[in-house]
Design a protein around this ligand. Structure first.
Ligand code: XMP
Length: 326
């Protein structure tokens, strides 16, 4: 019988058998998969687990708090947050090419995570303990997609994980390997993971860094974060979260247009709303949001977010457009 309770009982047993009394590390992203995987391991081995959350400064409003406060309160995990915003901004200075941004963000992310992992290992070592395991939120579709089957996955799980250096060799703990996304959500709810995390829409790893068309700067991030927060709040209030796959908000940072706001002429930036409906992100259609809602969102953004004087709607399907603009 498939129930979330049975999955949890089964996985808790398996995790305990695999891990024994060794220490375990887990990188949290704020997304559903890593959160539920961490919650399961916490349920199984409690304070043998240490989670690491890298704040790359490209997160949306409230996301760090959601992990640091709500997730920790709900699960009791031992969490280390690394604030690396400045480091990412420095690395991204002057960069406008989308793939270059992705490469830089990915590279810095791994470096910061490695440093944090080394610290966890050193700290445990000082107590005579060994950090042997790394939790990954791999789902069943990921297993199938990587074409692996058992063999390939086993080879990977005993070797260098995701290109980590030699001194950071871990064995993988993958408690979601047999689950589909909707099952992961049920398990998460059963474990008490906050609903805002369980139902979070897809959000790209490079975060707001690929939603600023042009160079990423602290000021631009602040503008985009404010506009994005309004959009998310209004979509949620309208009850549309589960109808919409995701809604990127994109800042056209190098485009200016003339507007009239308050007492005079402005020369600000447009933001693009990109609400899409989709089954799997491979194809997508633009969501037909109610006009009144669009009007309300547009009014709020142009009234509340300095530097934005125009809100435009992306009415392109995928293909030919991708969901993200970069
Ligand atoms: P596109 O823009 O290719 O996006 O239609 C498809 C889905 O993938 C997400 N996406 C990413 N996720 N790193 C990620 O983790 C990335 O670099 C990345 N680029 C796009 C996007 O949000 C959508 O859900």
């Amino acid at each position: 019988d498939w129930t979330p309770e049975n999955v949890i009982a089964d996985q808790v047993k398996k995790i305990r058998e695999q891990v024994g009394d060794a220490r375990v590390i887990c990188g949290l992203s704020g997304g559903v998969d890593s959160s539920v995987a961490a919650a399961l391991v916490q349920e199984a081995v409690g304070n043998q687990l240490t989670c690491v959350f890298v704040d790359h400064g490209l997160l949306r409003a409230g996301e760090r708090e959601q992990v640091e406060r709500d997730f920790v309160a709900a699960t009791g995990v031992d969490l280390i947050t690394v604030d690396a915003s400045q480091r990412f901004l420095t690395a991204l200075a002057g960069v406008t090419d989308p793939e270059a941004k992705r490469k830089i963000i990915g590279r810095e992310f791994i470096r910061v995570f490695e440093d944090a992992a080394r610290e966890v290992v050193a700290r445990a070592g000082a107590h005579g303990e060994d950090v042997k395991f790394l939790v990954q939120g791999t789902l069943y579709p990921d297993v199938v997609e990587s074409g692996g089957g058992e063999g390939a996955a086993n080879i990977k799980s005993h070797h260098n994980v995701g290109g980590l250096p030699d001194d950071l060799q871990f064995e993988l703990v993958e408690p979601l390997r047999e689950l589909f996304k909707d099952e992961v959500r049920q398990v998460g709810l059963e474990l008490g993971v906050p609903e805002a995390i369980v139902w979070r829409q897809p959000f790209p790893g490079p975060g707001l860094g690929i939603r600023i068309i042009g160079e990423v700067t602290a000021e631009r991030l602040e503008v985009l974060r404010a506009a994005d927060a309004i959009v998310r709040k209004e979509l949620t209030a309208a009850g549309l979260d589960r109808d919409i796959w995701q809604c990127p908000v994109v800042l056209l940072a190098d485009v200016r247009s003339v507007g009239v706001q308050g007492d005079g002429r402005t020369y600000g930036h447009p933001v693009v709303l990109r609400p899409v409906s989709s089954e799997d992100a491979m194809t997508a259609d633009w969501s037909r949001l109610p006009y009144d809602l669009l009007a309300h969102i547009s009014n709020r953004i142009t009234n509340e977010v300095a530097d934005v004087n125009r809100v435009v709607l992306d009415v392109t399907s995928k293909p030919p457009g991708t969901i993200e603009w970069e």
